[in-house]
Design a protein around this ligand. Structure first.
Ligand code: NAP
Length: 523
């Protein structure tokens, strides 16, 4: 039996409209849920969020809003079994892969509940300390951050229906900004269920959380100058959003997280048999197979010294050979499905495209799927491609395969490796594996300007490092150039997007009166 995903706007569930979209089980093809098309009453819903949601949230202190995040966290924990069932059915993911999304979302909420509590009774944030502007030292300027007076619209990608919501909503709600979430249609069920649970729990004030499922039509038109929009998805949709009048004419602040050709570099010192070599091979396989490679941060380009090309190809292929693919309901399956048959076709087309300049080092499709019909299921097997002479290739730096595929590229020396990484034209993350701390620090600096995050792995952190592709709330997520130019998370830095910086100029006595209602932002 399929359920209809209704929109929630102006503090009420909207009535069912005609069915415009169908959500399916990507393994069996069964229909799971339906949605309507273009949402009705968007302007009224956004206006309600601005008037009621914003006013009620901003009447609270940061500490009170942080406590609310903690309560949302508890609701998610109480309903987690249902979330795993939805993820299994609608995303086709194994329990471990569903956890990346579900527990990742809950963890991020818990993190912001904790660091938000430290802001206590504050109602505004100080940005740095006061600057003296008069000879008698009395007239001063203090920058403060004030929560924006509008709505935060989130337009999300299909691959993280839970984490994608909460990593954005936690800092927005902590800032006192109401949220309208538009999940990607194909996996909207999990987002919808979480929002419904939180609303039913009565934690948030009316207008603080709204959801629109099924169509993005009209959403950007509903934005007004003090609103913000945070988008995660493809570069093509990002371009449409950037050119919308809300952004070009009304200066609506936009954060864009788009596709990324993330690189991982194996150091020249990391010869076969050394710990760094083994860590690298393990990480590459984990990145290719976690969520079937459907993570924006996954390693797409594996840069290895030419002399170790064959050894790495062999080590990674051996590990990939033990990855069983199929129906995640079968306990023997380690890697489940892609999100849809459409994505399956995209991935196969992407592999065919890169094969024009790369050779196939490992092809898992020779192994039969477990409990899944290859004519119906969107299960893709891992594929490792290879280009020994990286200078001959260009597509690999430009075309993202959003699935379990990666390309090994040989490099000559460190400068060559860094120049190849830069050919991604701006990425979310690069990782570097070496036994040499000094070299890691040097390469890290060289990669920093073109990468949102640089993940440096030496054997001493081999067991505790958080993973190339895992986005932790303490570090920023986003990247320059083709990665969209956005920035999310990074502890309290995330609150910056939901605040306006203003310079308060006045007597030092006036400014010191702020102290009782302010906390420091950049600590
Ligand atoms: P997508 O097709 O661009 O869709 C993303 C979202 O935009 C969906 O909610 C979609 O709604 C909505 N949308 C589509 N057309 C729109 C329009 N004209 N105006 C406003 N919204 C519109 O991307 P996707 O296929 O879901 O996601 C895959 C891509 O996302 C990959 O390229 C991946 O690299 C990227 N990604 C990036 C990150 C990151 O953090 N950088 C994270 C995850 C994924 P419908 O679903 O209703 O069409």
């Amino acid at each position: 039996m399929s359920i209809y995903l209704r929109n929630y706007l102006s503090n009420s569930w909207q009535s069912e409209a005609h069915v415009a979209n169908t959500l399916t089980d990507p393994v069996t093809g069964e229909t799971l849920a339906t949605t309507g098309g273009a949402a009705e009453n968007l302007d009224a819903g956004f206006a309600f969020a601005r008037s009621h949601g914003s006013t009620a949230l901003q009447a609270m202190t940061y500490g009170q809003r942080a406590a609310m995040l903690g309560d949302i966290h508890k609701v998610l924990q109480a309903n987690r079994d249902a979330y795993y069932e939805i993820a299994l059915a609608n995303s086709g993911t194994t329990k471990a892969d569903s956890a990346v999304d579900i527990e990742g979302g809950a963890y991020t909420l818990g993190y912001y509940a904790k660091i938000g509590a430290a802001l206590g009774d504050a109602k505004t944030l100080l940005d740095g300390s006061a600057a003296v502007m008069s000879k008698d030292q009395l007239f001063q300027s203090q920058h403060i951050l004030a929560p924006i007076r509008g709505v935060a619209l989130f337009i999300n990608a299909f691959n993280f229906p839970s984490w994608g919501l909460w990593e954005k909503a936690a800092p927005a709600l902590l800032s006192g900004v109401p949220v309208v979430i538009k999940p990607a249609t194909v996996t909207a069920w999990l987002t919808h269920r979480m929002v419904a649970d939180v609303i039913a729990a009565g934690i948030l004030p009316a207008g603080a959380l709204s959801i629109v499922c099924g169509s993005s039509a009209g959403l950007l038109d509903a934005l007004q100058p003090f609103d913000v929009v945070s988008f995660t998805g493809s570069a093509d949709t990002a371009a449409t959003i950037r050119s919308h009048a809300a952004i070009t004419r009304h200066s609506v602040r936009a954060n864009i997280e788009a596709d990324s050709l993330n690189a991982s570099i194996l150091g020249e010192d990391a010869a076969p048999g050394t710990p760094a070599f083994d860590l690298y091979a393990t990480e590459l396989v984990r990145e290719m197979t976690t969520k079937s490679g459907q993570r924006c941060t996954a390693i797409r380009r594996a840069l290895v010294p030419e002399k170790y090309f064959d050894a790495i190809a062999e080590a990674v292929s051996a590990k990939l050979a033990s990855v069983s693919v199929g129906n995640p309901r079968n306990a023997e399956v380690r890697m489940g499905s892609l999100v849809s048959r459409e994505q399956f076709d995209h991935v196969q087309a992407g592999i065919a495209k890169l094969k024009s300049e790369a050779s196939v080092l490992y092809d898992g499709s020779k192994q039969a799927l477990i409990d899944a019909d290859p004519a119906i299921a969107a299960c893709a097997s891992p594929v490792l491609l290879g280009i020994r002479n990286a200078d001959t290739a260009s597509l690999v730096h430009d075309h993202e395969i959003f699935g379990p595929a990666s390309t090994l590229l040989g490099y000559r020396d460190a400068a060559h490796a860094v120049s190849l990484a830069h050919r991604g034209m701006g990425s979310l993350v690069a990782s570097v594996f070496s036994n040499d701390h000094g070299w890691l620090a040097q390469i890290g600096q060289q990669l920093a300007a073109s990468h949102g995050r640089v993940h440096l792995v030496s054997p001493d952190v081999g067991k505790t490092q958080t993973g190339h592709g895992n986005v932790m709330p303490a570090s920023i997520h986003g990247g320059p150039g083709r990665a969209g130019g956005g920035e999310e998370l990074g502890g309290l830095r995330a609150l910056g997007f939901y605040h306006r910086r203003s310079a308060l100029q006045g007597s030092s006595a006036t400014l010191s009166a702020l102290a009782s209602v302010a906390a420091n932002w950049n600590t």
